[in-house]
Design a protein around this ligand. Structure first.
Ligand SMILES: NC(=O)c1ccc[n+]([C@@H]2O[C@H](COP(=O)([O-])OP(=O)(O)OC[C@H]3O[C@@H](n4cnc5c(N)ncnc54)[C@H](OP(=O)(O)O)[C@@H]3O)[C@@H](O)[C@H]2O)c1
Length: 308
């Protein structure tokens, strides 16, 4: 039985996934949030595949421990760049450091994520989910674009979520000041903002051979949401986790989208793990996408250099 288009993600999540033996030797891969969950597993998979990793993380000790593990387990050479994504100035500084060290970047994986049950604000006064998952990743991508162009053919992968289908996005209320805050909707909204802007990035960068795609990494066990109150943490640990998969599966899917040679030139697509899928129509409506991009650009403008 074929489900209606909006529900096909349920069938897609049960399909066999694609894998690749391709290697990433000599490739500079920038990845955010490798100290936990999907990012951590992906860092290991990329290191195993021979990539040179540049890990953008906020926690010095956790990042150093991952770096040490990659060196010991895979003999991998990697770099750590520190930035709290709740502070755009730190993200801009991290991008500057990366740009100075790596004139050519071949892969950028925007993985950092957060889920809040209650409204919280970033250092810059943005609603936390929107600020961290969308605006900070948008800023990093904008600032690293010249290096991605220099490394072309190169790829940008935005880690997203089927939760974008929850909706919640309002251009008139990005910070949830006018509506009652609902964590799942705020999470949906931030992912919708990422989808809109990814499609604009994809169109703009196609002629430069920088492929930009978006993916849902599966429903997997990780630390997301564990910053919330005790009841949510208990629910996640003892109930939700029973239904979630191993994040190593997400890492294998992300590796496929990052390394598979046959995907070169595929851009502007949404994947459920490795299966191409249509995202919710309202998350990629072209007229809105350009508005979301322009608004995001305006919000991060203080952190942009003239040449990017
Ligand atoms: N898990 C799932 O089922 C699922 C499903 C769909 C989509 N996703 C997406 O997958 C991505 C990874 O999430 P995950 O499930 O692996 O969650 P996770 O285990 O909580 O990992 C999140 C990563 O982001 C980092 N991070 C969070 N806030 C940050 C900040 N302000 N500045 C810098 N780094 C920050 C965390 O660093 P710390 O270690 O310092 O906290 C950690 O490395 C997210 O984009 C999420 O939306 C996850």
């Amino acid at each position: 039985m074929k489900l209606p288009e909006e529900l096909q993600y349920i069938q897609n999540s049960l399909k066999p996934q694609r894998t690749t033996d391709a290697r990433l030797e000599g490739k500079v891969c920038v990845i955010t949030g490798t100290t936990s969950g999907i990012g951590y597993e992906t860092a290991k998979r990329l290191a195993q595949g021979g990539a040179h990793l540049v890990m953008v993380c906020r926690n010095t000790e956790k990042a150093a421990s991952v770096q040490q593990e990659l060196a010991q387990e895979y003999g991998a050479d990697s770099d750590v760049v520190l930035a709290d994504f709740a502070d755009l100035a730190q993200v801009a500084r991290a991008a500057e450091e990366i740009r100075g060290k790596y004139p050519q970047i071949h892969l950028l994986i925007n993985n950092v994520g957060v889920f809040n049950r209650r409204r919280r604000l970033t250092h810059d006064g943005f609603e936390m989910t929107f600020g961290v998952m969308h605006l900070a990743s948008f800023l990093l991508t904008r600032l690293l674009t010249p290096n991605l162009k220099a490394g072309a053919p190169s790829r940008v992968l935005f880690i997203n979520s089927e939760a974008h289908r929850f909706g919640g996005f309002s251009l008139k209320d990005l910070n949830w000041e006018k509506r009652p805050y609902v964590g799942l909707w705020a999470y949906g909204a931030a992912n919708i903002a990422k989808l809109h802007t990814a499609s604009v990035f994809a169109d703009a960068l196609q002629e430069h051979a920088v492929d930009v795609n978006v993916m849902h990494p599966g429903a997997v066990r990780s630390n997301i949401g564990m910053n919330n109150g005790i009841f949510y943490r208990l629910y996640k640990r003892y109930i939700l986790n029973l239904f979630l998969k191993d994040p190593a599966q997400s890492a294998e899917a992300i590796y496929f989208l990052s390394a598979e040679p046959a995907l070169e030139g595929e851009t502007g697509k949404f994947f459920n793990m490795t299966i191409e899928e249509k995202p919710a129509w309202y998350a990629v409506k072209a007229s809105i996408s350009q508005q979301v991009y322009d608004k995001s650009e305006a919000l991060i403008r203080p952190y942009l250099k003239e040449n990017v």
